[in-house]
Each structure stands twice: as structure tokens, then as C-alpha cells.
Design a protein around this ligand. Structure first.
Ligand SMILES: [Zn+2]
Length: 275
């Protein structure tokens, strides 16, 4: 009995471990997909960027790239982005509106200004466009979508891998934009933190603007990746902890049964002896 209960428990443990490792593998697979999509961003020059209208969707993607792959490192260095830096959140004309988006549920969005409810993000975007346009300050240099070439927005928006070949001119243009951002946001004569972040920004965002293969954007990782790892570890702990107690419980129960059986056997043995 003891052997079988132990065997069942170890089988269960194995199954759960496989599920957890699948979770982890899935995460790394996503990273790989991210890497493969590099070309898309180099190729697709941003059509919205040069229009008078600034794309809200692409601005959001640009902000997500900054928030996920840059800000954790800027915060770690306790560095404050200079006012002329276009990566600052207050240089995003949609930031105030975006901050007033309340996402209650998958299909429930609320406007933080007038409390109106919407079924999808695109409807609340339209609502902002129609009702709260006065809150958008679209003065020069506040369109984050203009920085999309440098910030890998297409990758953030998970565009499919392009069929056409890498456009060397576009890659060079994006690289220049990227390097100018590094210079204006992290001037190397502004101290050690600025120099370190300047170097970091080039590796994290600018190196991948090339047609030669093997350079992925965001090689230093970001906020979500660490979150995903923590999530996987917490799930693993949550699964393994009760399982550990279950094994201990089963083991003790079998031990108790074993000693009872032994006692019974010895009693029978004692009874048989005199006869
Ligand atoms: Zn509203």
C-alpha cells in the first residue's frame, strides 16, 4: 500500500511539474517570437508619424515600449529624464486621457472624466476623440507615435513577420532617430547614471536597427518578463506546497497502518505460540 500511494503521489508530482515547465517554456517561446518579428519594425516606416494627426494606437505602443523596456532601468538608476527628452511621459499628448481609462473587466471600460461605460477600448478611444479632445495638447514634439521607428512599436503591437526584405535605408533612419533619443535623454556629460543609461539605451533599443541578423531588440529584458517569471514561480510554489503536505500525510498514514498491521501480526503470533 505504501509503495503504491508513494508511486501515485510521485506521478502526480511529475504531471504538475510538466505543466509548470510548459508554462515557463511558453514564456520563452513568446520571447523567441518577439525576436523573430524584429524585421517587421525595421521595415515598416511609420505612415502615421508624418501626418498632422498623431496615431493614438501607435503612441500607446511607443509608451508601452518605454514603460516596459526602459523605465524599470531608469527608475533603478534613480535618474530623471531631462525636459528636452521626448521619452518623458508628459511629452505624450494622449497620456492624460490614457490615465483616465478605467479598465474594469475584459469588456468594460470607463471614462475617468465623465464615468461613461464602454464595451471595448476602441469605443472609449472614440469617446475621448469626440468628447474630451480639449484635453489633448498636440503642440510640437508631443506625438509619441513619431518615435515609433526608434522604439520598435510594430513589435509591441505584435505585427506579423513581413514578407519583404529588410529596408536598409529605413533601418539607418530608425537607428539615427534612436541614437538622437539616447543623446538627448541621457547626455553622457551628465554624470555616471546618464552615461550608463546612454549605453544601455543603445544596446536595448538602437542596436537592433540593422539588416544584419542576430540582433534582437530589448536584449536586457523588461518589466513583464520578470513579472512572468515571478508568476511562474508563484504558481509552482502554490502547486508544490499542498502536494508536499499530501505526500507527508499519505506517508504518515501508511506508516501508521504498517505499525498497526505489525502489532496485529505480532498479536496473532503470540496467540499461536502457546498452542
Ligand atoms: Zn468621458
Amino acid at each position: 500500500m505504501l509503495c503504491c500511494a508513494g508511486h501515485q503521489a510521485s506521478l502526480l508530482l511529475f504531471a504538475l511539474l510538466s505543466v509548470s515547465s510548459l508554462l515557463l517554456v511558453d514564456g520563452s517561446h513568446q520571447d523567441q517570437e518577439f525576436g523573430e518579428a524584429v524585421g517587421s519594425r525595421i521595415l515598416q516606416t511609420n505612415p502615421d508619424a508624418h501626418e498632422v494627426h498623431c496615431s493614438r494606437e501607435r503612441s500607446r505602443a511607443a509608451w508601452e515600449a518605454i514603460d516596459e523596456y526602459l523605465m524599470p532601468f531608469v527608475e533603478k538608476e534613480k535618474y530623471e529624464l531631462p525636459s528636452k527628452c521626448r521619452l518623458r511621459p508628459d511629452n505624450d499628448m494622449f497620456r492624460e486621457q490614457e490615465q483616465h481609462k478605467i479598465h474594469f473587466d475584459i469588456n468594460e471600460w470607463h471614462c475617468g472624466f465623465c464615468k461613461k461605460a464602454f464595451r471595448a477600448e476602441k469605443f472609449i478611444d472614440q469617446h475621448f476623440e469626440n468628447r474630451h479632445k480639449n484635453l489633448v495638447d498636440n503642440s510640437e514634439g508631443r506625438c509619441m507615435a513619431d518615435l515609433c521607428g526608434a522604439l520598435h512599436c510594430d513589435l509591441m503591437m505584435q505585427f506579423k513577420k513581413p514578407k519583404s526584405k529588410c529596408n536598409a535605408a529605413a533601418a539607418t533612419r530608425n537607428r539615427h532617430l534612436c541614437e538622437s533619443l539616447a543623446d538627448s535623454c541621457f547626455p553622457i556629460n551628465q554624470g555616471l547614471a546618464a552615461s550608463r543609461l546612454h549605453e544601455f539605451f543603445l544596446r536595448q533599443f538602437c542596436d537592433a536597427h540593422t539588416c544584419s541578423k542576430g540582433t534582437k531588440p530589448f536584449p536586457k529584458g523588461g518589466r513583464k518578463q520578470t513579472n512572468r517569471l515571478y508568476l511562474a514561480l508563484s504558481i509552482l510554489t502554490l502547486i508544490l506546497l499542498p502536494l508536499f503536505y499530501l505526500i507527508v500525510f499519505l506517508h504518515q498514514r501508511e506508516m501508521r497502518k504498517g505499525t498497526q498491521d505489525l502489532k496485529r501480526f505480532s498479536k496473532i503470533g503470540q496467540k499461536k505460540k502457546p498452542s
